[in-house]
Design a protein. Structure first.
Length: 262
């Protein structure tokens, strides 16, 4: 990670230590899995008061017993910080909105070797962390889970079937609200490009693949909000992603801004 860039660009922030490092949740002890490695779940959140609580509740139901949750609230003007307070192990509050800075800072604060970057509107199944810990081995450098929409409309099911097929087939190493990687590889790759607002996930994964293979985990799902597609239209969003994919290979996306949809 470029530490000079991080220090120069990171807005004023406060770090709120929430809880000692231990299991966070309500799953009965007899149903939890004996952990094989610790996991750090990093959640960047900008004005996510309506989604973050459910995301954190899903983490509290994990069968796995050894993980930390780091929420990085960046540039929030709503109740996101209040929602996160008391529901995560570590809460970082940034004064300005910047997804790349939030993720990089969360990774820097992480205490484990295995990182999961989780979108604030994405829900993990109860066995997700257990399966990731079991299957994400040292041969892999980046990965994601099978994605599914948070509503059952036919066009969204088709969209996610295609997206999952592209990830499974290796045609494109992308994310479905979840990126899994090793911290050592993340640091060597330079972390997220803090100047990118679009295609930043694919940009990171492409650099991580210098260190190992891409892993698409189809055994467990991540359920993501379809709010952007509902607001802007499915056809328009598909065309936008196709255009951005092309531009990412033959142009510079640094000047491209990503509209906030809440």
């Amino acid at each position: 990670m470029d530490k000079r860039g991080l220090l120069a660009q990171t807005p004023v922030f406060s770090l709120i230590k929430q809880k000692k490092l231990r299991f966070l949740g309500s799953t009965p002890a007899k149903t939890r899995t004996t952990p094989s490695r610790m996991i750090s779940v990093i959640i960047p959140a900008h004005n996510e008061e309506h989604y973050l609580e459910k995301t954190l509740e899903a983490l509290s139901r994990q069968e796995y017993g050894w993980f930390e949750v780091i929420v990085v609230a960046n540039g929030c003007t709503d109740q996101t910080v209040e929602v996160a307070r008391g529901r995560c192990h570590r809460l970082i509050v940034l004064s300005q909105k910047n997804l790349g800075v939030a993720r990089n800072l969360g990774a820097k604060m992480a205490r484990s070797d295995l990182l999961i970057f989780l979108d604030a509107d994405t829900l993990l199944e109860p066995d997700a962390l257990r399966i990731i810990a079991q299957e994400f081995s040292n041969e892999y450098a980046a990965g994601t889970l099978k994605g599914q929409p948070d509503c059952s409309r036919f066009k969204y099911r088709v969209l996610y079937w295609l997206k999952n097929f592209v990830h499974w087939s290796g045609l494109h190493g992308g994310s479905s609200g979840v990126i899994v990687c090793w911290k050592k590889h993340f640091v060597r790759a330079g972390g997220f490009d803090e100047g990118l607002e679009v295609r930043e996930n694919s940009h990171l994964i492409r650099r991580l693949l210098r260190f190992g293979r891409y892993h698409f985990n189809s055994r467990v799902s991540a359920t993501t909000s379809m709010r952007r597609y509902d607001r802007q239209g499915c056809a328009r969003m598909c065309w936008l992603w196709l255009k951005l994919w092309f531009q990412s290979w033959f142009g510079d996306l640094r000047a491209r801004r990503y509209e906030t949809v809440r």
